[in-house]
Design a protein around this ligand. Structure first.
Ligand code: NAD
Ligand code: LMR
Length: 394
């Protein structure tokens, strides 16, 4: 009898229990959502963040990049200035990832750098949880999770490659040591400043405790340029083209390769070679257009690429940290492990996929004779750059 009353009482309480469960579930969901938004901020360092070239600081003559000279009277607002708002808007680490920006530049750029900080504050960006603008390399590197190295010494008229290399060796030596000592344990580094592959190698040399897997350079801009050229040629949206490859150096010896690339049209995936159906164009004009695109931008703008470089830097880190979609690869300058017969000890651009914050080189792609020769030629240039850089060490 007692059991019966107990059961009846329980049945009567079912609506109340259900409502309580429902409310409890709602509250939990609300807190989980709150937790999601309140991820811990990541600290992102951008060097060369003022994006202003002070020719007085660097000396006297006009500014020469990619063999095209640009008037010395221009003040430049370049990659750094384009990049920091992109990072602060979530384009690099995602729309739910708060960030703290550390911006480093040289002493003559301190006032301009502070101006960039003022603008970031004025933009009232919800994801931006703090800004440090400094000319102190230790302060800039402290606690950094992601380092984007844009600052460097530009090549000037009359300068030998060795002179530029030796300036960059000393800049990258100092910044590597500061990163090694003061950055977060698993700091990921992207080198943008030219010569990007070799600057990354120097950085690796002077930051031996940063795992080599964490030091990369930017060839995603070249990758995106190759996607853009194919999409223009086929008159299809760039988002429908995938799996081009940039092999080698971020220089005019790089090899943009479409042998494994495909495009999706009418829900069907087809090899680019088949769609373009013009090997002559793919083996000549396409390659040189991508190789020379940086110089063409400088010629047109009288400045080097900035918005596309900043956007590609965001793509690089975004895919590295958050992963590449299934079936899709991207190009990254990474430390060679000997894959595809590329000598170990070079920072060389390979096709990679990324998962859980780690990149892996795409293996077993068929390489024909034409590609082999081009891949070896760009490796040869990197070997020469490496020996030039090492001759500047000490
Ligand atoms: N890898 C790529 O795809 C790619 C694409 C475009 C440009 N780049 C290279 O990126 C670099 C930056 O280009 P930009 O147009 O922004 O140049 P920029 O001259 O406008 O800006 C460079 C900034 O670096 C600063 N800087 C110089 N030495 C520094 C140091 N020791 N520490 C910190 N900051 C320092 C300068 O004051 C300046 O503000 C160049 O080397 C350029 O060739 C690479
Ligand atoms: O700065 C340059 O020399 C060119 C740049 O690397 C680019 O590819 O746009």
């Amino acid at each position: 009898m007692e059991d019966y009353y107990y059961m009846e009482e329980l049945v009567q309480k079912i609506p109340v229990i259900s409502i309580c469960c429902y409310l409890f579930w709602k509250i939990i969901k609300h807190f989980v959502k709150l937790l999601d938004v309140e991820k811990d901020p990541m600290i992102v360092l951008v060097t060369g963040a003022a994006g202003i070239y002070f020719y007085d600081f660097y000396a006297h003559t006009s500014y020469l990049r990619a063999d095209i000279s640009v008037s010395k009277s221009l003040y430049r607002c370049q990659i750094g200035y384009a990049l920091v708002p992109m990072i602060a808007r979530g384009e690099m680490l995602g729309p739910d990832q708060p960030v703290i920006l550390h911006m480093l530049d040289i002493e003559p750029a301190a006032e301009a750098l502070n101006g960039v900080k003022m603008e970031l504050i004025d933009a009232a960006l919800p994801l931006l949880k703090g800004v440090v603008a400094t000319t102190n390399v230790v302060e800039a590197c402290t606690g950094v999770d992601i380092a984007v190295m844009v600052g460097g010494f530009p090549r000037k008229e009359g300068m030998e490659r060795k002179d530029v290399m030796s300036k960059n060796v000393s800049i990258y030596k100092a910044q590597a040591s500061a990163l090694e000592e003061h950055a977060a344990e698993n700091c990921k580094v992207l080198v943008v400043a030219n010569p990007a592959n070799t600057n990354a190698l120097i950085l690796k040399e002077y930051a031996p405790s940063i795992p080599e897997k964490n030091i990369t350079c930017l060839t995603r801009l070249d990758h995106n340029r190759a996607l853009g050229q194919v999409s223009e040629k086929l008159d299809i949206h760039v988002g429908n083209v995938k799996n081009v490859i940039i092999w080698g150096n971020h220089s005019s010896t790089q090899y943009p390769d479409v042998n494994h690339a495909t495009a999706t049209t009418d829900l069907k995936e087809t090899p680019i070679k088949e769609l373009v159906s013009n090997d002559q164009w793919l083996n000549t004009e396409f390659i040189t257009t991508v190789q020379q695109r940086g110089a063409a931008i400088i010629k047109a703008r009288k400045l080097s690429s900035a918005l596309s470089a900043a956007s590609s830097a965001c793509d690089h880190i975004h895919d590295w940290v958050l992963g590449t979609p299934k079936g899709k690869w991207v190009s990254m300058g990474v430390y060679s492990d000997g894959s595809y017969g590329i000598p170990e000890g070079l920072v060389y651009s390979f096709p990679v996929t990324c998962d859980k914050g780690e990149w892996s080189i795409v293996q077993s792609l068929k390489i024909d004779e034409f590609s082999r020769a081009k891949m070896d030629a760009t490796a040869k240039e990197l070997i020469e750059e490496k020996s030039l850089a090492y001759s500047c060490l000490n």
